[in-house]
Design a protein around this ligand. Structure first.
Ligand code: RFL
Ligand code: PHB
Length: 388
């Protein structure tokens, strides 16, 4: 088997890379360990930056997103029992769209298959080989048979737990990491939206987030112990906790409904550098993780593959390796800014068990500053919509 670019992982990064390359006449094969049904049903991100929407639209996969996604012109920050609106559009001229990641995945898989793109689902024992030569390959098992996919490049788009990042030798790799002492309890609820916009809540019992998926399905999160178990949380206990954290002086209450999915996610900040080694290039969560408070993860994955597809195109069209050589530097500039923003939002909005009373007062003062200063609100808004 031979192709131009062997792509490991059919998440947003791998699928979009494959599609962007196809639009430039470059062939790829995507190797995915899970089934199509599984990747199309995994609940993850929800917020798309304007730039992400533009890339998906230009790539011809934005039609359903435009129709079914909800355009949001602001977000709210809630603390001290009061909500404060950050007008994203007035401050930046841009907006965000709430459209679930697994819907983006469905649109990308459909587009790849309609264009006779090759995605192999259910592969195992995936292993990048000879990446420091001009003839790299990926070995894998598919339907019980061993295969070797030869390529000019290998793109590691296999997420945080994939096999690509470990293929970069430890001697050249530097990892930066922070693990937070809390997680998010996430639920999906059958109900109408409680709010027209996302609400990020700072409360002494911990952070909470009111998000949405559709006119009939809502997404809610609250800060929890990352080692807690969903079995400890009855529906009643969840609603009590949410009502307490979301209690508001204007009498607004979150709408209850049938909870049909519960899960706990850990929170980390992580960057691995370099994002390339020989003919192996990492993109998305394979190279970096942000805590979800800034809603940046999928947007960073999309940003990476936009850069990578351009660099690969320049290699084939102009025989130039310049953009490929600069890939890590170009990608990490944006990544580190998003790392900073996500860390900042996380620190400002979560409850830290070891915070002194002094630190708690500073946290509140910071929130007051952000909502009362146009300069600071603008800085938050620019980062949130990805205005750079
Ligand atoms: P993914 O999505 O993890 O995809 C990797 C794919 O690779 C496959 N794979 C392998 N395939 C073959 N061989 C192997 N050895 C393999 N190992 C793994 C996996 O099965 C998978 O299909 O990585 P990618 O493409 O880099 O995309 C990253 C995003 O998924 C991630 O950053 C976001 O979901 C993060 N995130 C959010 N990002 C946003 O931009 N906005 C948000 O609002 C937002 N909210 C979130 C989030 C992530 C969350 N969780 C669950 C971590 C909310 C949550 C709750
Ligand atoms: C979501 O809807 O899943 C979501 C929204 C905003 C975030 C994180 C997750 O910051």
């Amino acid at each position: 088997m031979r192709t131009q670019v062997a792509i490991i992982g059919a998440g947003p990064a791998g699928l979009l890379l494959s599609h962007l390359l196809h639009l430039k006449g470059i062939e790829s094969v995507v190797l995915e360990s899970r089934s199509r049904e599984e990747i199309e049903a995994t609940i993850r991100a929800g917020v798309l930056e304007q730039g992400t929407m533009d890339i998906l639209t230009e790539a011809g996969v934005g039609e359903r997103m435009k129709r079914e996604g909800a355009l949001h012109h602001g977000i709210e920050l809630s603390f001290g029992g009061r909500r404060h609106r950050i007008d994203l559009s007035e401050l930046t001229g841009k907006a965000i769209t709430v459209y679930a990641q697994h819907e983006v995945i469905k649109d990308l898989v459909a587009a790849r298959l309609a264009a006779q793109g090759s995605i192999l689902f259910g592969v195992s024992e995936v292993s990048p080989q000879d990446i420091d030569t001009d003839n790299p390959s990926v070995s894998f098992l598919h339907a019980g048979e061993k295969h070797m996919l030869r390529a000019d490049f290998v793109a590691g788009c296999d997420g945080f737990h994939g096999v690509s990042r470990p293929a970069v030798p430890e001697s050249v790799r530097q990892d930066y990491q922070r693990i937070y002492p809390f997680g998010w309890f996430g639920i999906l609820v059958e109900s109408a939206p409680s709010s027209d916009e996302l609400i990020y809540v700072q409360h002494e019992r911990g952070f909470a987030l009111v998000s949405t998926r559709s006119p009939t399905v809502q997404r809610l999160y609250f800060q929890c112990d990352p080692k807690d178990s969903v079995d400890n949380w009855s529906d009643d206990r969840i609603w009590n906790e949410l009502h307490t954290r979301l209690e508001n002086s204007d009498g607004w209450r979150v709408k209850e409904g049938k909870i049909f999915q519960k899960g706990i996610i850990g929170m980390r900040s992580f960057v691995s550098t370099p994002m390339q080694h020989g003919r192996l290039f990492l993109a998305g969560d394979a190279a970096h993780i942000v805590p979800p408070t800034g809603a940046k993860g999928m947007n960073l994955a999309v940003g990476d593959v936009k850069l990578l597809s351009r660099a690969i195109e320049a290699f084939y069209r102009k025989s130039s390796g310049e953009l490929l050589a600069a890939y890590t530097d170009h990608a990490l500039k944006r990544v580190w800014r998003a790392e900073y923003f996500s860390w900042w939002m996380t620190s400002m909005l979560h409850t830290f068990a070891d915070a002194s009373p002094f630190q708690q007062q500073l946290q509140r003062a910071e929130l007051e500053n952000v909502v009362n200063s146009r300069a600071l609100s603008t800085a938050l808004a620019e980062n949130y919509v990805g205005a750079f």
